[in-house]
Design a protein around this ligand. Structure first.
Ligand code: ADP
Ligand code: MG
Length: 729
């Protein structure tokens, strides 16, 4: 029997790392930003005044004028042509979860039949891709299929190199012709504005020199690598990004030998290649290491301004896939490619940095800077407490559902880990008596204990928390590895902005009544510390006891996507986003609809793949083997041997029948359930039906397939086994 499994196993085990001359570690300083139209390069191509105006427009976030756009488009074209680029594209982040491009050539025929190179301000600033195929949640009816992309000047253009040539990519937002956002970037930019304004207003209590606050973000990206041939022999991996069957290999991660182990040579070559490519694109990739599960790895860039960091992460995911192919790997960005070993996340390290260079989440050295730190620290905690369900919804997806709440990932319960030093500090502040009538400034500081030097060990080592303070930043760890961070970061920025606005109102009210400013601030902070206490948890977030305790504390534990998404269309949420100018009511509703649709469609695909693989790969292999057993039993019987001589085989024949019948029956039942779910009109009901009626079949079928995998002749088993997928040669 020709078996694609063995062909692929052979191919995978005969691979070598790409020869060294093909993968040379380049000095970062010589290649960094080589393919980016950085502001330094722009300076060389633009008249001085134009450059100044552009820089100013970017700084204050204003649209650029037509005239400047004209200059920039010419500059960009010249630079791109000098670098051998033939096409340009508006690069955007539609709600499908990946990035999209529509390539256009610079060439245009002129009236004499010659070709000229053309790229106008129009082409830079605004484009109309055929948008009808992107999800829009009913905002834009297909017959008026008009969406526009428009340049985001705060993210520089770059040249993307691939086998097909070089393309100039212009980062853009994607909006409908009525101005509603159809992408991830536009709302993010609005949320970044909202927090800038709210945080600046509060920072002014402490320092009048602060006029702008940037959100910074450093994204750690976890991923798995699998050999390309093996990947191609697994229809489930190919079509859904995860294995839908597979008995856990006898050796998984129990020895914990991968994490600190040496990086396999083939993987190292991939990493070096990836770093070179990322650096050229201006992605400041810095760390690389093994992760917990076999063939799981992580890379992380230096943190950057949030919008750029997210563009870079989206781009990085593309580059990873592209580079991996050169090394005969496939990158798996799915949150849970293999059941039974760790899943992958995307830790979002987040903080607020002033235009004067102060990290507001870095504990200060003087009482005054300490109070500033405490203000942003406590307000963030309060925001997470108040809006925990919204934060939970921001990371909900069909794929992250496998990770959240699974026993080796952050639970679906949102809680915050602070580290014992800061946890105790907040307790102390809460219980400290603050003098009612502070006569002199000096008195006040009795209410704020001195913040000790933080020991990093103390802050970083609880890996079970979905939201942790790690020394000078918060780390949102529950974000899924395949997610676009823009959504969770839009929500985080929005809720902290809302919280800071409320904080300022309360403090101002007290000041108006005659309370001294610093005392007013401290009073409100103490109230917040008390109010939000339930969200703080220092213990093991993976334990069952925590789930029970969390329930007693009144924290939500919403395990599945469709129900967690309800929060998006609650009146308070719609009002919150409207108030902050991030989503209109229609946009909130549209997003809710798109997320639900995406959810059920992904489950629909998984269900179809299961049905197909069970019926046309697994069951036939089982019957072939079973038939051999039957022939054998018959032979032994014909020889006149007693029943004991073939009883084990008979037993196997029976077991195969039992499991094989079950998977065939179950997949038919699942098909019926799917057909029924498909008739449901209401998107929420449909998603819930898929989640609660269709999806439970997956594990049931997997269980029986895995039993079969253990008893069927290895040489007949059609799918590469997990041990073959998980250990890289
Ligand atoms: P780990 O969490 O694995 O210990 P690091 O401490 O090295 O890793 O940091 C992880 C990420 O956090 C990196 O991308 C780093 O640049 C980023 N980071 C560090 N400081 C900040 C900050 N102030 N704001 C945002 N991100 C930060
Ligand atoms: Mg981390």
């Amino acid at each position: 029997m020709s078996n694609i499994r063995f062909e692929s196993v052979n191919a995978a085990s005969s691979r070598h790392a790409l020869p060294e001359e093909k993968v040379v570690t380049k000095r970062a300083t010589t290649i960094f930003g080589k393919n980016v139209f950085t502001s330094n390069k722009m300076k060389d191509f633009l008249p001085k005044n134009t450059f100044k105006e552009l820089t100013k427009a970017i700084e204050i976030g204003e649209p650029i004028s037509r005239e400047i756009a004209e200059f920039i488009s010419q500059a960009m074209k010249t630079w791109a042509l000098q670098n051998g680029v033939s096409h340009y594209t508006h690069w955007f982040q539609p709600l499908t979860g990946s990035t999209a491009e529509k390539h256009d050539a610079f060439f245009e025929p002129d009236e004499n039949g010659d070709a000229i190179e053309k790229f106008t301000a129009d082409a830079l600033v605004q484009q109309e891709p055929d948008a009808s195929s992107f999800p829009n949640g009913g905002i834009r009816n297909t017959f008026e299929a008009r969406g526009y992309t428009a340049w985001d000047p705060s993210s520089p253009a770059f040249i993307y190199e691939s086998a097909a040539g070089k393309t100039l990519c212009i980062p853009t937002v994607f909006v409908s012709y009525t101005g509603e956002s159809l992408d991830y970037k536009a709302p993010l930019l609005k949320a970044v504005n909202a927090i800038d304004k709210a945080a600046t207003d509060v920072a002014q209590y402490f320092d009048k020199a602060v006029t702008k606050i940037n959100t910074s973000l450093g994204i750690e990206q976890e991923y798995f690598l699998v050999d390309l041939s093996l990947y191609n022999a697994r229809p489930d991996l190919q079509l859904t990004g995860r294995t839908l069957f597979g008995h856990m290999s006898a050796k998984g991660q129990q020895l914990e030998d991968h994490y600190f182990g040496a990086i396999p040579e083939r993987v190292l070559a991939f990493m070096v290649d990836l770093e070179n490519e990322a650096l050229k694109l201006g992605i400041p990739l810095k760390t690389r290491h093994n992760e917990v599960a076999p063939s799981q790895f992580e890379c992380a860039p230096m943190f950057e301004e949030i919008n750029l960091a997210i563009d870079h992460n989206q781009l990085l995911m593309n580059v990873m896939e592209q580079v991996a192919i050169r090394h005969n790997f496939k990158v798996l960005l799915h949150e849970k490619p293999y059941s039974g070993v760790n899943g992958s996340g995307k830790h979002n390290n987040w903080s607020l940095i002033t235009n004067t260079g102060i990290n507001l989440l870095s504990p200060g050295k003087t009482p005054k800077t300490n109070l500033m730190f405490l203000t942003f620290f406590v307000n963030t905690i309060k925001a997470v407490y108040e809006y925990a369900d919204l934060l939970r919804a921001s990371i909900a997806s069909h794929s992250n559902d496998h990770r959240l709440g699974a026993n080796e990932a952050p639970p679906a319960i949102i809680s915050i880990f602070l580290g014992s030093q800061l946890d105790e500090l907040l307790d102390e502040i809460e219980s400290a008596r603050v003098a009612k009538k502070v006569k002199s400034e000096a008195n006040l500081w009795h209410g704020i204990p001195k913040i000790p030097e933080l020991k990093l060990d103390n802050t970083d080592r609880n890996r079970t928390s979905p939201f942790a303070f790690t020394g000078n930043k918060f780390e949102f760890r529950a974000v899924g590895s395949s997610a676009n961070s823009a959504l969770p970061m839009t929500v985080l920025n929005a809720i902290v902005a809302a919280q800071l606005i409320e904080f300022k109102v309360e403090v101002d009210k007290q000041i108006k009544k005659g309370t001294k400013k610093d005392l007013a601030i401290l009073n409100v902070l103490r109230k917040y510390i008390k109010d939000s206490k339930a969200i703080r948890f220092e213990g093991n977030g993976y334990s069952d006891e925590w789930a029970q305790e969390a329930e007693q504390r009144g924290l939500s534990n919403i395990k599945s996507t469709p129900k967690s998404l309800d929060i998006y269309i609650k009146d308070e949420t719609i009002a919150l986003f409207e108030r902050l100018g991030i989503y209109s009511k229609r946009e909130s509703e549209a997003r809710h609809e798109i997320l639900l649709e995406n959810f059920y469609k992904k489950l629909q695909i998984e269900a179809r793949v299961i049905g197909e693989v069970v019926n046309s790969h697994i069951a036939p292999a089982c019957f072939t083997y079973q038939n051999e057993l039957i022939q054998n039993v018959k032979g032994l019987k014909d020889l006149g041997l007693p029943k004991e001589a073939y009883s084990s085989q008979l037993n196997l024949v029976e077991r195969i029948s039992k499991h094989a019948n079950t998977i065939l029956e179950q997949s038919e039942e699942m098909r019926q359930a799917r057909k029924k779910a498909n008739t449901i009109e209401d998107m929420r009901e449909k998603a819930i039906a898929y989640d609660e009626v269709v999806k439970p079949f997956f594990d049931e079928i997997r269980y029986h397939v895995n039993k079969l995998e253990k008893i069927v002749d290895d040489s007949k088993w059609p799918l590469p086994k997990l041990r073959e997928l998980l250990f890289i040669h």
